[in-house]
Write a protein that binds this ligand. Structure first.
Ligand SMILES: NC(=O)c1ccc[n+]([C@@H]2O[C@H](COP(=O)([O-])OP(=O)(O)OC[C@H]3O[C@@H](n4cnc5c(N)ncnc54)[C@H](O)[C@@H]3O)[C@@H](O)[C@H]2O)c1
Length: 320
């Protein structure tokens, strides 16, 4: 797909981060956008930012509250889209919504593990299930599924168990790679891409806590996970109170947003350029490119502490 003007794009997780920036850049190129998120307030801000760009005549930006892990929400989103965008087709589907958390199959609650998995994988799967029929009716289409570097490397550092997110992101990558041929055989006017960002400056750490726990407070599991993460960075937490741990977690969320090598706006541009160039595989950020090379060079060592430490030094990562 060479340009987006006059097309209709669906974006999941349009409330903040990369979803918001995708919406802004698509609208700036004259593309209609229908987004969903669990936060109506954040989507209202995304819509305001899009409209501040002075929309071309007739261009539509619609917002829809929907949890991507729930199929009935998706169906409602689709029905609202058909009515409010006055269409029976879409051209672009960005399955972008995602959260962290539920890292340990040993210590995390089953509920929190499955919440992460069902959003990060189920949200992508149900997104394609729900919107494929509308894309089949368009003259061309492109499905863009957001995985992560955790779609080819299942870790974020030695002190952090990361099973639910990694399992989901590997699933997104495998599904999208298999889709290439399925679409080529059965719906050749539709292409697909898997997006694998490195560290992008967004509020995903803070947002995930709210979506996992219902508010911004740390659960008992979060406290344990934060202690483990700090211990993995050789910090002695034995004399740290729970309040000290809460502060360390808040500092991490802030630093994840502010100290990232790639911004959400830069990431959105890389994704959209990748779609226009017809790339099925879109790595986002120098760190993602470097990690991709390293994992291929020495797969057997990918989960050794030295592998992470050496990569983190090279990429400037401080997120493990
Ligand atoms: N930020 C990074 O470093 C990074 C790296 C690799 C991959 N990713 C992936 O990129 C995608 C976008 O993340 P981001 O960093 O922009 O984070 P973000 O938190 O800024 O944006 C994610 C959005 O998805 C929404 N969301 C979460 N759960 C939802 C649900 N069940 N239903 C509907 N909406 C939901 C959130 O409310 C939020 O608005 C995610 O899939 C994430 O896993 C992020």
């Amino acid at each position: 797909m060479k340009d987006f003007a006059g097309k209709i794009a669906v974006i999941t997780g349009g409330g903040t981060g990369m979803g918001r920036e995708l919406a802004r850049q698509l609208v700036a190129e004259g593309c209609n956008v229908a987004m969903c998120d669990v936060s109506a307030e954040n989507m209202a801000e995304t819509k305001r930012l899009c409209e501040a760009q002075k929309l071309p005549q007739g261009l539509r930006v619609t917002t829809h509250v929907a949890d991507v892990s729930i199929e009935d929400h998706y169906k409602r989103f689709r029905d609202e889209l058909v009515e409010q965008q006055n269409t029976d087709k879409i051209h672009l589907l960005f399955n972008n919504a995602g959260i962290g958390g539920g890292g340990s199959i040993v210590n995390s609650t089953r509920e929190s593990w499955e919440r992460t998995f069902n959003i990060c994988w189920g949200g992508v799967y149900l997104g394609v299930r729900t919107f494929l029929p509308l894309m089949l009716k368009a003259d061309e289409g492109h499905i863009v599924n957001t995985s992560s570097v955790n779609g080819f490397w299942a870790s974020v550092g030695m002190g952090v168990p990361h099973t639910a997110y990694s399992a989901a992101k590997f699933a997104v990558k495998g599904f999208t790679e298999a889709l290439i041929n399925d679409l080529r055989l059965n719906a050749p006017h539709i292409k697909c891409s898997v997006v694998m960002p490195g560290h992008i400056g967004t509020s995903i750490v803070a947002n995930s806590r709210v979506i996992q726990n219902g508010d911004a407070a740390l659960s008992a599991n979060d406290l344990l996970a934060t202690r483990q993460r700090l211990a993995g960075m050789n910090i002695d937490t034995s004399k740290m109170s729970d309040d000290d741990i809460r502060k360390a977690a808040d500092d991490r969320a802030r630093s994840f947003l502010e100290d990232a090598p790639t911004s959400a706006a830069q990431a959105a541009k890389i994704i959209l350029d990748g779609v226009k160039a017809g790339k099925w595989r879109i790595l986002v950020g120098d760190d993602a490119h470097k990690l991709d090379v390293r994992v291929r060079e020495t797969p057997q060592h990918a989960y050794d502490p030295e592998f992470y430490q050496s990569f983190a030094r090279e990429a400037g990562w401080r997120i493990g």
